[in-house]
Design a protein around this ligand. Structure first.
Ligand code: PMP
Length: 361
């Protein structure tokens, strides 16, 4: 028996469940379970990744200068106010490490991204989960839940897995209404799928207590490489850099990410395809009699009459070689989250679902 003590809260962490990628005995799997880009990544990013293999023996730069400059240029931001991490997950981790600890509270919402309570527990803080209003973040419920001990509020906008979004006005009043000891994290993992949305950059400029996080995993199709970034005040970035490991990003990650973000034509193509296919999925799901809120992300949430029916639909999709995401752990047992695919993928998943619905009539 070991007498090594585990830190408080660690054993309460529910392990993160990721989208499945394989179905036993099938070669033709359509994976719509992890909100990946159906077009993959920019060919320029893949080329930069390959070229980086000439430098495998070299340590990467510690300040991510080239990548931060590229992000700053493309998004019209100041490079000194950007921090990069191993996925946006790592940037979120820097935030809790630097700003929360035992006895503190971290707020996230009813159907919010499952990493938020995990991150709270990682640092011994208590996750506080506030209700949503009809699968939408409720700014008033967040305000009401804030206490002296609240350190961080996490919201994703658009949100995962609901796909819903707060308006700019709602965001503004949420940020303005939080007391000065609370940091608001605006997670913009899906921001590029919303036409004309700055992902929360303006919010960061107007409010010193807001951090925006972003990712290369979604629209840039680099989930396998793990790159994310954050934008905040110089003071906050200075704090976060103190808990970041100096060599957290490899040469390969930085090279691919820089090429990806500079390929704005590819990004635009992906956003346009997503918007078209997402509208098609929404219309078809509604025609089938399923619930489907307006989604602002690269997935839709299909709601069935019951959890039993969602489970049966999931099983029927698997029979057809299609993997989507059950979101029971997000308090949505009656729903399936389906990543928006390309034309062929969307046709295949809609046909499979239609067969299922017809057979249930
Ligand atoms: N935030 C949200 C809302 C997400 O859905 C995800 C990916 N599932 C992440 C952050 C983390 O993404 P990554 O670490 O790949 O950047």
């Amino acid at each position: 028996m070991t007498e090594i003590t585990v830190q408080p809260g660690i054993m309460d962490i529910a392990l993160y469940v990721s989208g499945e990628s394989k179905l036993a005995g099938r070669e033709d799997v359509l994976k719509l379970s992890s909100n990946e880009n159906p077009l993959g990544c920019s060919p320029r990013a893949a080329e930069a990744f390959r070229a980086s293999s000439a430098e495998l023996h070299r340590y990467p730069g510690t300040d991510h200068a080239g990548l931060r400059a590229a992000i700053a240029e493309v998004h019209g931001l100041e490079a000194e106010r950007i921090i990069c991490g191993v996925g946006s997950d790592e940037v979120l981790q820097f935030i809790v490490q630097a700003y929360a600890g035992p006895g503190d509270e971290i707020i996230s919402t009813e159907h919010g991204f499952s990493m938020y309570p995990i991150l709270a527990r990682m640092v011994g803080a208590s996750p506080v989960i506030v209700p949503e209003a009809e699968r939408r973040v409720d700014p008033q419920a967040i305000q009401a839940a804030v206490t002296e001990r609240t350190r961080v509020v996490f919201i994703a906008n658009p949100a995962n897995p609901t796909g819903t979004m707060l308006t700019e006005d709602e965001l503004e009043s949420l940020a303005a209404g939080l007391p000065a000891h609370v940091l608001l994290v605006h997670d913009g993992a899906y921001a590029e799928f919303v036409e004309g949305f700055d992902g929360g950059a303006g919010l960061v400029r107007r409010h010193p207590n807001v951090v925006m996080t972003r990712t290369f995993s979604k629209i840039h199709g680099l989930g396998g490489l793990r790159i994310g970034w954050g934008y905040a005040s110089r003071e906050i970035i200075d704090v976060l850099n103190r808990v970041r490991q100096p060599f957290n990003l490899s040469n390969a990650q930085m090279a691919a990410a820089e090429a990806a973000i500079r390929d704005t034509a590819f990004t635009r193509t992906c956003a346009e395809l997503n918007a078209r296919m997402r509208a098609r999925m929404r219309d078809s799901l509604r025609q089938m009699g399923l619930g489907c809120d307006e989604s602002f992300a690269n997935f839709v949430l299909a709601r069935f009459e019951s959890a039993e029916m969602a489970g049966a639909a999931d099983a029927a999709l698997r029979e057809d070689g299609i993997l989507v995401r059950r979101v029971t752990g997000y308090g949505l047992p009656e729903a399936l989250r389906i990543t928006v695919g390309d034309e062929a993928g969307v046709t295949r998943v809609l046909e499979s679902l239609r067969r299922f619905m017809d057979a249930r009539r």
